[in-house]
Design a protein around this ligand. Structure first.
Ligand code: ATP
Ligand code: MG
Length: 416
C-alpha cells in the first residue's frame, strides 16, 4: 500500500471470519490526522472486530491496514505487525486498571518498559503530563481500587496517551459510566482528543455519543459500513431507512409518487398531498416511504398555509422539561412529534402537523421499510438484531410485522 499523506489510518477491503461466520465484510475507511472517527451500529455488527483488527488483536483474513503510512496488516503479501509495534493506545469498556498499583504507576507503565530508551526523569515528566491532560494530577498517589468509574476511565485514557501514540482506539469507553457521568465525560473526552490532537477510532452503539463526539460517523450493519459522513449530514440525509432509524426516531408514511419536479417530489399520503426531497431518482406511481423526524414537525391549531400539513388529533402528551413529545393520530395511526414546551396542546385537541419540504425524506419502497422494522423493533430476546441501547425509554410505535398501506404510518428508531 502506498503512503497516504494525511490519513493516519487506512483500512482497505478488511475481512474477518470466525469459523464460517463472516464478521467483517470488505470494510473500507480512512481516518485523517487529528480526526475522531466513529463506528456506530447495533450489537454484533462487527465494530469491535474491526477495531481489534486495527489493534492487531485479531488476524485478518483479507485486506490491508496502514497506520501513519506503515502497513501493519496485509493479506497479500502477508504482513502482520504485533500490537505493541503499531504505535497505538487503547481504552476498552473494561478499563483494566491494575488495582494494586498507584494511579501514577498505572499510567507510567507503558513507557517504563522503554527504560533503555528514556530516562526516569522523562518517564516522570511524560506521566505527569498525561495525568494533567486528564485532570488527575492531584490523585497520582491513589491506588486503582480507590477510584470512581469516571476516574478509572481517565486513568485508562492517560495510560493510552502516555506513549504519545499516532492512533487512539476507544471501544465503548463510556458505557460503564452512569448516565450523568457519561454525558460529562463525552464532552471531556472530545475536548481532550482535540487538545491532544490525537487521531481516534471510536466504537459505540450509542447514537447520541456518536453524533455529539465525532468528526465523522460510519454506520455499520452486519459487517458492512452502510454510510459514512459528518454527524449533521448523516442525521439529516440518511442514505436509507436503516440509517435513519438507527440515528434517531423517524415517522414513516407509506406514500405514492404523484409527480417528480426538479427539486422536489409530490407524493400522495392517504388523501393528502405532501412535498419532499429525494436523494435518488423517483418515478411516478412508485410506492415509497416518506420519513420525517419528530423534531422536524410542528403543530398548530386552526388553518394552515404550509405546503406540508396533515390533520391529526393529540392522543398522548409527554412533558420532558425542555420539550414535549406528542403522539398524534393521523388517519387512525400514530405519529410522534417533538415540540418546544411553549404551548402544550391537551389530549383530544385537533391540530395540523406541519413540516418543511427539506425535512421530508423519500426512500424507495416498502421493502426497505420492512427491513427497518426488523432491525428497530425486534426485541434482543428474539435473537435477532438488537436495538441501539439508549438510556431513554423509547416512545416510538414499533413497526413489528407491520405492512405498509397508503393509510398507514409508523415511527421507527430510538428516542434521543
Ligand atoms: N472470538 C470470536 N469467536 C466467534 N465469534 C465472534 C468472536 N468475536 C466476535 N464474534 C462474533 O462476531 C460478530 C461481531 O462481533 P463484534 O464483537 O465485532 O460486535 P460489536 O459490533 O462490537 O457488538 P457489541 O456492540 O455487542 O460490542 C458477532 O456476531 C460476534 O458474536
Ligand atoms: Mg463491541
Amino acid at each position: 500500500m502506498t503512503r497516504t499523506g494525511e490519513s493516519t489510518l487506512v483500512v482497505r477491503a478488511l475481512n474477518k471470519h470466525y469459523g464460517a461466520f463472516h464478521a467483517v465484510r470488505g470494510v473500507n475507511f480512512d481516518i485523517r490526522e487529528g480526526e475522531l472517527y466513529t463506528l456506530l451500529g447495533p450489537s454484533g455488527c462487527g465494530k469491535s472486530t474491526t477495531l481489534r483488527c486495527v489493534a492487531g488483536l485479531e488476524h485478518i483474513d483479507g485486506g490491508d491496514i496502514a497506520i501513519a503510512g506503515t502497513v501493519v496488516d496485509s493479506s497479500a503479501p502477508p504482513v502482520f505487525m504485533p500490537p505493541n509495534k503499531r504505535d497505538i493506545g487503547m481504552v476498552f469498556q473494561n478499563y483494566g486498571i491494575w488495582p494494586h498499583m498507584s494511579v501514577f504507576d498505572n499510567v507510567a507503565f507503558p513507557i517504563t518498559v522503554w527504560r533503555s530508551k528514556v530516562s526516569r526523569r522523562e518517564v516522570v515528566r511524560r506521566t505527569e503530563e498525561a495525568l494533567a491532560a486528564v485532570k488527575l494530577d492531584h490523585l497520582s498517589g491513589r491506588r486503582g481500587t480507590e477510584l470512581s468509574g469516571g476516574q478509572q476511565q481517565r486513568v485508562a485514557l492517560a495510560r493510552a496517551l502516555v506513549a504519545r501514540p499516532k492512533l487512539l482506539l476507544l471501544d465503548e469507553p463510556l458505557s460503564n459510566l452512569d448516565a450523568t457521568l457519561r454525558e460529562s465525560m463525552r464532552m471531556e473526552l472530545r475536548r481532550l482528543q482535540k487538545n491532544v490532537g490525537i487521531t481516534t477510532l471510536f466504537v459505540t452503539h450509542d447514537q447520541t455519543e456518536a453524533l455529539s463526539m465525532s468528526d465523522r460517523v460510519a454506520v455499520m450493519r452486519e459487517g458492512v459500513i452502510i454510510q459514512e459522513d459528518a454527524p449533521q449530514e448523516i442525521y439529516s440525509k440518511p442514505s436509507d431507512l436503516y440509517v435513519a432509524g438507527f440515528l434517531g426516531r423517524v415517522n414513516c408514511f407509506a406514500a405514492k409518487v404523484n409527480t417528480v419536479h426538479r427539486d422536489y417530489v409530490s407524493v400522495q399520503v392517504g388523501s393528502g398531498t405532501l412535498h419532499a426531497r429525494s436523494q435518488r431518482a423517483m418515478h411516478e406511481g412508485a410506492r415509497v416511504v416518506l420519513a420525517v423526524r419528530p423534531e422536524k414537525m410542528s403543530l398548530r391549531q386552526g388553518e394552515s398555509s404550509a405546503v406540508n400539513s396533515l390533520p391529526g388529533v393529540v392522543a398522548e402528551v409527554s412533558f420532558i422539561g425542555e420539550a414535549v413529545d406528542y403522539r398524534l393520530l393521523v388517519d387512525g395511526t400514530s405519529v410522534i412529534v417533538r415540540e418546544n414546551a411553549r404551548v402544550i396542546f391537551p389530549v383530544g385537541t385537533s391540530v395540523r402537523i406541519e413540516f418543511d419540504v427539506d425535512d421530508g425524506l423519500l426512500y424507495e419502497d416498502e421493502v426497505a421499510a420492512a427491513k427497518v422494522s426488523q432491525v428497530s423493533a425486534v426485541d434482543p430476546a428474539d435473537g435477532k438484531l438488537e436495538t441501539p441501547r439508549t438510556t431513554d425509554t423509547p416512545t416510538t410505535t414499533p413497526m413489528r410485522n407491520q405492512q405498509f398501506s397508503l393509510r398507514k404510518t409508523a415511527t421507527i428508531g430510538q428516542s434521543t
